[in-house]
Design a protein around this ligand. Structure first.
Ligand code: FNR
Length: 360
């Protein structure tokens, strides 16, 4: 019998074996030279711990609250597209797994199951990720549907005015299935000779979207809005100025601008710029409970996990996603015990040391 993975990374190999090459490459790849893809991982290796000993850690509590919602651990499911390419049950399986782990799934705009199907599949807090298309009425319509079906926040992705150049998808002539959320709203025929995904995005994404449009976005929903893709203090301040409700430090899993910094390397400056006015979330390269702890120590309120969730789904469906989240949570719990932090609030900046600090 195949051995059960003991760490999250091992799901990738199982997914590789389970998936057609075109889909595996789509899920794992980054943009161009994939420099940022490697950096997202390496950045965690440059942070070490300053653990405290002789702290009573007989009871560890990983729970926390985000925008008023209690979650079992500060580990969310990041929005990733097209889960039916990973598993026939698609986002419904992912949502059920997230719900059973008492955490929040951010449903991607480019999901294969609809907003409604995912909402009906389980009773849990869910957020909806939005791409703004040239056809602004589509954003308004989808946000309204998400709101009507009980999604609790909108995550607007700000780092994809155009799609990054993912060369594996171009070589594989990646063909994406139709986006079910857009049925009856939009029909675009693309024929590219390369990645149909990229061709589709270049026709649909609104590359004129700017900070001033955030007022429009606020006008179409009463849900809190988080902006995803912030990598500078300057943009973090703008997000607060225009009245957004949260900032997500992310480089889109290194799939957009190659040579963008590792998300972890800019987390602290964003946290400082925001100065506690709104929560700061983080994603990019989370593969271990120690990674979660490091991001929290640098000021993130919670982290989101992208590829490992999709690989868990491809390898073992709903149960695979559940295992991925559970393993990360168990590792976080152990890290907290060994670092001397019985609660999430006890995790502080003084529990980690950056490379610069070590060299001083
Ligand atoms: C993504 N990401 C993404 N982001 C987004 O805002 N909308 C989307 O539809 C998608 N789709 C998507 C598909 C796939 C296959 C991947 C790998 C990523 C980015 C995602 O939300 C997140 O930022 C990264 O995945 C985080 O990095 P890790 O955890 O994959 O290292």
């Amino acid at each position: 019998m195949e051995q059960e993975p003991v760490k999250v990374e091992e799901f990738e190999e199982l997914a590789r074996r389970a998936l057609p090459k075109m889909y595996y490459d789509y899920f794992r790849g980054g943009a161009e030279d994939q420099f940022t893809l490697k950096e997202n991982i390496r950045a965690f290796q440059r942070i070490t711990f300053q653990p405290r000993i002789l702290v009573d850690v007989s009871s560890i509590n990983t729970s926390t609250s985000l925008l008023g919602h209690m979650i079992e651990a500060p580990i969310l499911v990041a929005p990733t597209g097209m889960h039916r390419l990973a598993h026939p049950e698609g986002e419904v399986a992912t949502a059920r797994a997230a719900a059973s782990c008492n955490t929040i799934m951010v449903l991607s705009f480019t999901s294969n199951c609809t907003i409604e199907e995912v909402a009906a599949s389980c009773d849990a807090v869910r957020f909806f990720q939005l791409y703004v298309y040239k056809r602004r009425d589509i954003a308004a319509e989808l946000v309204k549907r998400a709101e009507r079906h009980g999604y609790k926040a909108v995550v607007v992705t700000g780092d994809a005015p155009k799609l990054g150049r993912r060369e594996a998808d171009i070589k594989n002539k990646m063909v994406a299935p139709r986006l079910r959320n857009l049925e009856g709203l939009l029909s675009v025929e693309v024929e590219s000779g390369g990645s149909n995904l990229q061709a589709f995005a270049s026709q649909t994404h609104d590359d004129s979207l700017s900070w001033k449009d955030m007022a429009w976005l606020k006008s179409i929903t009463s849900l809190p809005i988080l902006i995803k893709g912030v990598l500078t203090a300057e943009d973090a301040r703008k997000a607060v100025e225009v009245g957004l409700n949260g900032v997500i430090v992310s480089n889109h899993g290194a799939r957009q601008l190659d040579y963008a910094p590792a998300s972890l390397s800019v987390l602290e400056e964003v946290v400082e710029a925001v100065a506690g006015s709104v929560p700061v979330l983080f994603d990019g390269g989370i593969r271990r409970g120690t990674d979660v702890f490091k991001a929290l120590a640098l000021g993130a309120k919670a982290v989101m996990v992208g590829r490992p969730v999709v690989f868990g789904l491809a390898a073992k469906g709903e149960q695979g996603v559940r295992r991925v989240v559970e393993i990360l949570k168990d590792e976080l719990e152990l890290t907290m015990a060994l670092a001397g932090c019985p609660t999430i609030d006890a995790i502080s900046r003084s529990h980690v040391r950056t490379e610069q600090e070590r060299l001083r």
